[in-house]
Write a protein that binds this ligand. Sequence first.
Ligand code: 5GP
Length: 194
Amino acid sequence: MKLLIDKIEKEGTVLANDVLKVDAFLNHQMDPFLMKEIGEEFARLFSSENITKVVTIESSGIGPGLMTALALQVPLVFARKKKSITMQQDVYTAKVYSFTKKEENEISISHKWLEAGDRVLIIDDFLANGQAALGLLSIVEEAKAEAVGFGIVIEKAFQEGGNLLRERGYRVESLARIQSLKDNKVTFVEETLH
Ligand code: 5GP
């Protein structure tokens, strides 16, 4: 997606350990116009899939997830990283090791917001090693809903998450695919540049 790639090139910075910082428009300050375009693009890509729910993980998945849900005209459900006192019971949970925070979180979604038979589109801001995506997938499966595919804003294609999901037969649509962050330089996978 050209608009996103331009933004990454202009405003993204490479940190140590293969981390891309995009807090100018996605992870801290958010660009609502870009989020709207992202949501409409995911909705277009998955338009024939009869999605009934968009599922993401707090907090950075909520922006793109909500815009996608709006464009598809379905609800957004986001997994919580900390259980609130109002949701002690009746939750699906999964353990997710965070690539950027280097800590394990137990993520949860209330039974109320996922139903057997839901057709779910899973959205996240980044795909790195696939831990967040696999955690969300296991919750969707536990609810006996169907994961129709993954919409990823930025995939770091040099890490294993994309392969893990595609090898399992899942459709993964990434709006920007990064081949390398070596030498403080962002290099995109050729196909996403058009
Ligand atoms: P994974 O679970 O696929 O290893 O990592 C995905 C999660 O880690 C995303 O939800 C995202 O919040 C965070 N993440 C992974 N890589 C990056 C990165 O390069 N930059 C930022 N800002 N977040 C990342």
